[in-house]
Design a protein. Structure first.
Length: 464
């Protein structure tokens, strides 16, 4: 019994020592598990469908985070994608702090709206925001005849075109609502739309356009600790000091969507798809061109339904390709081909129905495909002229000038054999069986023949 009691005492002593040694590590692990988590998203390109998809799915994954920091550096983007992002931020169960960083970054155009829509708006030194005037969409405006100056034309910040006024007034109402929602400078927000005004970070803080300035993400979290923000009609106190920052970069799905919704990539996929289908029809059973073309067309159509495209531009591109294909099948010595190239180039230029930065088709891509099309048309025209100069070697026209053999005696109308085929023939002189004759013409599938001896005699008389 004494030995057993001694053993228990030693066992309890050892357990106490183990707990004493492990307690700091356990405390550190517990504190780390209880420390707040901050999710950081990064957007450093034009705002588009891929950006909206990335932010939507990232906010859904960050439901248990203390805060989501959106590091933003964008020249602007599509209005539809911008509005989707603002809806996701407004509906998020986690507050979003939009942080224009690093130094040298900007939140222009669509980025300004996103900054105003966020519960926390912050900027790094050396950054800027603004120029939020909606760009013209859907065509080229032509100058109107000169008119007498009016009060409306005297105000340069008020666009004279009715459609432009509607777009600007809608944008003003939208950004004013976002500014009022978070208690920011409403007047400057309107100025950013009507006059395309811009501000550096220091002035934006002084004018209450943003909430704070920070050198980096760590500095931002230190300043936000204990700050109260409004989220979905409720007030939240942020606890961000010592928070663990977790980067959440775009996954493969967002990266793939970003590539597909690049207008240049979508444009190339469309052309590859169309030409692939055409080559499959020209060579039935090739399988490879048709398979690649079908996949490329589906991907292009998926991308175009997410992008603001002009259907007139799309129609002109397809018309141009159709005319160039028609030139290949029915050579018109360049008329159809040149018309197809012109329609193709014009359609490519007006295909994207927006002036938003980052969503236009590069002129170099258009020129490259236009030059390739011109070369194809030139090759087709060259082959057409070459075949036109060569003598006919097949078909009904090739029979004229050929030699034939009379099948049976006939006077006026009978049958002859040409190239192993039986033909009806007419002659002005009687012909004998097995007599050799020459085909001089054809009418209604009836050959006109003359004896070779008579033909030779006539030739000799003409020579003499």
């Amino acid at each position: 019994m004494q030995r057993l009691a001694k053993f228990y005492r030693w066992f309890l002593l050892m357990m106490a020592l183990v707990l004493l040694v492990q307690s700091p590590a356990l405390a550190e692990t517990s504190a780390k598990s209880q420390s707040p988590e901050v999710i950081q998203l990064t957007v450093n390109d034009a705002i588009g469908p891929a950006t909206a998809d990335y932010i939507e799915r990232s906010l859904a994954k960050a439901r248990r985070a203390e805060l989501v920091v959106l590091r933003l550096d964008t020249p602007g983007g599509l209005s539809s994608s911008m509005r989707d992002i603002i809806k996701y931020i407004a509906a998020s169960s986690v507050p979003v702090a939009t942080f224009v960083a690093p130094s040298g970054a900007r939140a222009a155009s669509a980025g300004t709206y996103i900054l105003f829509a966020s519960p926390v708006a912050a900027m790094a030194p050396g950054t800027n925001l603004g120029a939020a005037t909606p760009v013209q969409i859907g065509g080229i405006s032509l100058p109107k005849p000169s008119q007498a100056p009016s009060e409306e034309s005297a105000n340069p910040s008020q666009p004279q075109d009715a459609s432009k006024r509607k777009a600007v007034n809608d944008a003003v109402a939208y950004i004013r609502g976002l500014a009022e929602l978070h208690g920011r400078n409403v007047d400057w927000a309107e100025k950013a739309v009507r006059e395309a005004a811009s501000l550096p970070a220091q002035e934006a803080l002084a004018l209450n356009v943003i909430d704070l300035m920070a050198d980096n993400t760590w500095d931002l979290l230190q300043q936000l600790d204990g700050r109260e923000v409004q989220l979905n009609q409720r007030r939240l106190v942020l606890h961000t000091a010592g928070a663990e920052v977790v980067e959440m970069p775009p996954d493969w799905r967002s990266e793939l969507l970003s590539v597909l919704t690049n207008p240049n990539v979508a444009y190339i996929l469309l052309l590859v798809g169309v030409y692939g289908i055409i080559f499959e029809f020209l060579n039935p059973g090739g399988i490879v061109p048709g398979t690649i073309g079908a996949i490329a067309i589906v991907l292009a159509l998926y991308a175009f339904q997410l992008l603001p495209i002009s259907y007139a531009g799309m129609a002109l591109i397809l018309l141009g390709i159709g005319l160039m294909v028609a030139e290949a099948f029915e050579p018109s010595f360049g008329i159809l081909g040149i018309g197809g190239v012109v329609a193709f180039v014009i359609g490519s230029i007006i295909l994207m129905d927006t002036d938003a930065p980052g969503f236009g088709i590069d002129l170099s891509v258009i020129v490259t495909f236009a030059v390739l099309s011109v070369l194809v048309v030139a090759a087709v025209v060259h082959l057409a002229f070459k075949s036109y100069r060569q003598p006919v070697v097949s078909g009904l026209q090739e029979l004229v000038g050929s030699e034939a053999v009379v099948l049976t005696d006939f006077n006026g109308k009978g049958q002859v054999i040409v190239h192993g085929e039986h033909w009806q023939a007419v002659s002005e002189v009687p012909l004998k069986q097995d007599q050799t004759v020459r085909v001089t013409g054809m009418k209604h599938l009836t050959l006109q023949v003359t004896p070779i001896e008579t033909d030779s005699a006539t030739t000799e008389e003409a020579t003499s």
